[in-house]
Write a new protein. Structure first.
Length: 93
């Protein structure tokens, strides 16, 4: 199998769709994990985040496998933008 992928940037609270197109014969299955982790977050060529949080930012690995040959993988990075003051607590004295 082979994979095609692209990084994405979205605003906080929006929806993000990470895409990973996999080709091969037979058609490969795609799984998603967070980079450096083993837990599978989803399957299929799209990994969707609704109401994106800052903590969702980072890199994800899509892995395509089929029953012929070795698997292929690619890294897709999600950058989350936010408005001024996002994640900061300001105090006045």
């Amino acid at each position: 199998p082979s994979v095609t992928h692209a990084n994405i940037t979205v605003n906080k609270t929006n929806t993000a769709e990470l895409m990973c197109s996999a080709t091969g014969n037979p058609k490969p299955n795609v799984t998603w994990t967070r980079s450096g982790k083993k837990d599978v977050l989803g399957t299929g060529e799209t990994l969707t985040f609704s109401n994106v949080k800052i903590s969702d930012g980072g890199c994800y690995v899509c892995t395509a496998t089929n029953n012929i040959g070795s698997g292929a993988s690619g890294t897709v990075c999600l950058t989350v933008r936010c408005k001024l003051g996002c994640g900061l607590i300001l105090f006045e004295y």
